[in-house]
Design a binder for this molecule. Structure first.
Ligand code: NOJ
Length: 742
């Protein structure tokens, strides 16, 4: 009976959705019939507002007029209900009153800034990541924004590339799961609800594999690598219903992504049946001239529209050339119509035709940008993103009876630094709501502990004149906390670095303080993995705090004093030297694998450098300890259609309650193409009280054992597999084998 009811409800719901889609389709077609070619091209045209520019801005004093003539479909970098409303009013003066779309880089929060995405990914907490995207959407939508250019789902294996900060790290499996929850978070239940904004999976594709870690650089990779490592997070975003994609600046094997028909038409809109639209990256249509694949803007527009780039961000190539291309029959009008329909469909789905000012309520803006709940949630995910890299002699957590602390370093007092690269500068909002690290510590200990401060040095530069003061206050205190790192804008777009060490004299400051013989806890603030071997080897405790956002200070204090027991684990490998890059955990074995640093007899190693990272993928400590035991496979031989159940016990054997991220890796021992030495295929984040044990169960199915063969076919090959349960990709605690049969 229940089944029948469910079936009826399902039918009613799907008929509703179906008829809603049909109505939108009809409305789009009717509108399209009324549009002139100029108005159609207008919909494909996106301009920057004057607020901020994330690329070379084009000066255009004529925007208002163009909007009134229906020649602009979207604006980016336009913030707040007043400003968006005033542009939308102009669009309402156009002949067909087609509303504008307002897009913005809401990458790690809007007013409430969350940890940078790479930091958040280290929480491995999918629910929390969905929630942070949700809150970003609630705030942005309340402030006039319809569309965020996030999530960035580029797999990144090179920490010299400044944009590693913006993604979910190096692993495809985890990256795809995170892509999905971030899309769900931004888009909410469905587009059309006033607190949902469109997400944009970017940068399609392989932008993260820029050669030498230099932003915008070329990418040269095999199709197998593209399919297996770089595309799955995009596919996951599409499957999760992402409304838009952005293509990328780079060329792939010589073809710019923006003019890449295979990527956009064959794979994305063909095989994956993507129904949303693709926006170019900033000026990337015109940049194809620099790539040398087109002669001029006319050819650039032809290449981009043919390849499936629907909206032109800021290059004006469509605006200035598409009409001519259509008239000269170089571009079939159907290509233009298809792009226009995709964009109009989203405007209908958002409900902008019913109410173009739907996202422009001042009351809602005031309410949501001042919602105290958002800060609480940000504090929680910030604590979950801090990685404990070292904790000698249980230096941490600090006792609440600590009587004196020397809090030293150039990152103790700044506010804005904590926000990381992609913060949104809201007009009229000052930065006092950000909790500095200094304030966070004060909030935590009140008057019960004397906290002394010295800056010690700047983030960059050679000036050591502040060292003496730092040493003086350190001598007067029980413990030293040193907060150092990069500037927040040393990672991000166009922020590639060749030597990813901690800048300036900050390491020298550490060395000087270490000599005092007091316990020293180092907080490292950065947007990428840095190299800091001297500190790694000599500090008593290290917390990698990344950029945590507006609640940074409180979250750091929570972890320092054990109100939150750190649980984060690295989602990107930390090299010990730039010479090791690219370095990532799921590499192939090679014909001559090296298995130690001391043996260089014709194997794949360096004579002058270890082959091992400083901190491996999946690594991160806790204040407590966990014991893994009793690994059990439901079978040791399975057929392709069968599922394997993997179970194990985990016990909290230490002195604190805490969470562990238990990682399941496989190795396909023999296959038609060489397989990685380790592949993450599942994980569980589990909370255990002190002394508590739990039975964990995982499922392995055919999908998890499949891969792209040399003909780019997704295949499942029979043979032997190894299962490894680890606390990191190196710290494998339990192992077993099973056979997959035909
Ligand atoms: C260029 C960046 O590559 C892209 O990620 C961003 O969304 C656009 N600029 C718009 O700001």
């Amino acid at each position: 009976m229940t089944k029948i009811y469910l079936a009826i409800i399902f039918c009613i719901l799907s008929t509703n959705i179906f008829s809603q889609n049909l109505t939108i389709e009809k409305k789009v077609n009717e509108l399209l019939k009324k549009m002139t070619l100029e108005e159609k091209i207008g919909q494909l045209n996106q301009y920057n507002d004057d607020n901020t520019a994330t690329g070379p801005p084009t000066i255009d004093n004529n925007k208002a007029d163009q909007i009134k003539k229906g020649q602009v479909g979207s604006l980016l970098n336009c913030l707040g209900v007043e400003r968006t409303r005033s542009w939308q009013e102009l669009a309402m003066q156009s002949r067909l009153k087609i509303p504008l779309l307002f897009g913005q880089d809401v990458i790690h929060g809007y007013k409430t800034t969350f940890p940078i995405p790479l930091a958040e990914s280290c929480s491995w907490d999918l629910e929390a990541m969905e929630q942070s995207a949700r809150i970003a959407a609630i705030e942005a939508s309340a402030s006039g924004i319809h569309w965020t250019f996030a999530p960035m789902v580029d797999i990144a294996r090179d920490p010299r590339w400044g944009r590693v900060m913006e993604g979910a790290g190096e692993d495809t499996y985890l990256g795809a799961l995170i892509a999905k929850v971030r899309v769900k978070g931004f888009q909410g239940n469905k587009l059309g609800e006033t607190n949902s904004i469109m997400a944009c999976a970017k940068h399609f594709a392989a932008y993260g594999a820029a050669m030498g870690g230099r932003d915008y650089n070329s990418v040269d990779m095999s199709d197998r690598m593209l399919y297996e490592t770089y595309l799955p997070p995009f596919k996951a975003a599409v499957d999760a219903g992402v409304a838009t994609l952005m293509n990328s600046f780079n060329d792939i094997n010589g073809i710019p992504a923006t003019g890449n028909k295979k990527l956009q038409r064959e794979i994305l809109k063909g095989k994956w049946n993507f129904k949303g639209f693709v926006v170019s990256d900033w000026g990337s249509i015109g940049e194809m001239i620099n790539h040398g694949t087109v002669k001029n803007e006319y050819e650039a527009a032809l290449s981009a529209i043919t390849a499936g780039s629907d909206m032109d961000m800021e290059s004006r190539c469509y605006k200035n050339n598409l009409a001519q291309l259509v008239k000269e029959k170089k571009v079939d009008i159907q290509l233009v119509d298809d792009a226009v329909k995709r964009i109009l469909t989203k405007k209908f789905e958002l409900g902008l035709f019913d109410d173009p000012f739907k996202y422009c309520s001042k009351d809602r803006e005031i309410k949501e940008l001042n919602n105290p709940e958002h800060a609480k949630i940000a504090r929680n995910i910030s604590s979950k993103s801090i990685v404990l890299l070292k904790n000698e002699n249980n230096t941490l957590p600090l006792s609440k009876n600590t009587k004196s602390i020397a809090f030293i370093g150039p990152l103790v007092k700044p506010l804005l630094q904590n926000k990381g690269f992609w913060d949104v500068e809201l007009p009229g909002v000052d930065s006092n709501f950000i909790v500095s690290q200094w304030e966070g510590l004060q909030n935590k200990v009140g008057n019960s502990c004397k906290i002394l401060y010295a800056k010690g040095c700047e983030i960059e530069g050679t000036d050591k004149s502040g060292f003496d003061e730092a040493i003086k206050i350190a001598n007067e205190s029980e413990i030293i906390i040193l907060s150092i790192g990069e500037r927040r804008d040393l990672s991000g777009e166009a922020k590639s670095r060749s030597n990813i060490v901690i800048p300036g004299v900050q390491v020298e400051l550490f060395v000087a303080l270490k000599k005092l013989g007091k316990p020293i806890v180092v907080l490292i603030n950065a947007g990428r993995p840095l190299i800091f071997n001297e500190i790694a080897d000599n500090a008593d405790a290290i917390l990698y705090t990344w950029w945590l956002g507006s609640e940074a200070g409180n979250a750091i204090a929570d972890v320092l004093f054990g109100d939150y027991n750190p649980s984060a684990k690295l989602t990107i490998t930390f090299p010990r030297s730039v010479g090791q890059i690219p370095i990532y955990y799921n590499h192939l074995n090679t014909g001559r694998p090296a298995n130690s640093d001391d043996n260089h007899i014709y194997n794949s190693s360096y004579l002058d450098l270890s082959i091992y990272p400083k901190y491996e993928f999946g690594f991160g400590k806790s204040y407590t300890t966990f014991d893994y035991s009793q690994l059990k496979l439901s079978k040791h031989k399975i057929k392709k259609q069968e599922e394997l159940e993997v179970s194990m016990w985990i016990k909290n054997t230490g002195n604190y309650d805490g969470e562990e991220i238990v990682q399941l890796y496989i190795r396909d021992k023999v296959a038609s193409v060489s397989r990685p030495v380790l592949e993450l295929k599942d994980f569980q984040k589990v909370f255990l009280k002190k002394g508590e044990s739990k039975l964990l169960k995982f499922k392995i199915d055919k999908e998890k054992l499949s891969f792209f063969n040399s003909d780019l076919k997704w295949v499942t090959e029979p043979g032997e597999f190894e299962i490894m349960m680890g606390a990191s990709s190196k710290d494998i605690r339990l192992k077993d084998n099973f056979e997959l049969m035909d």
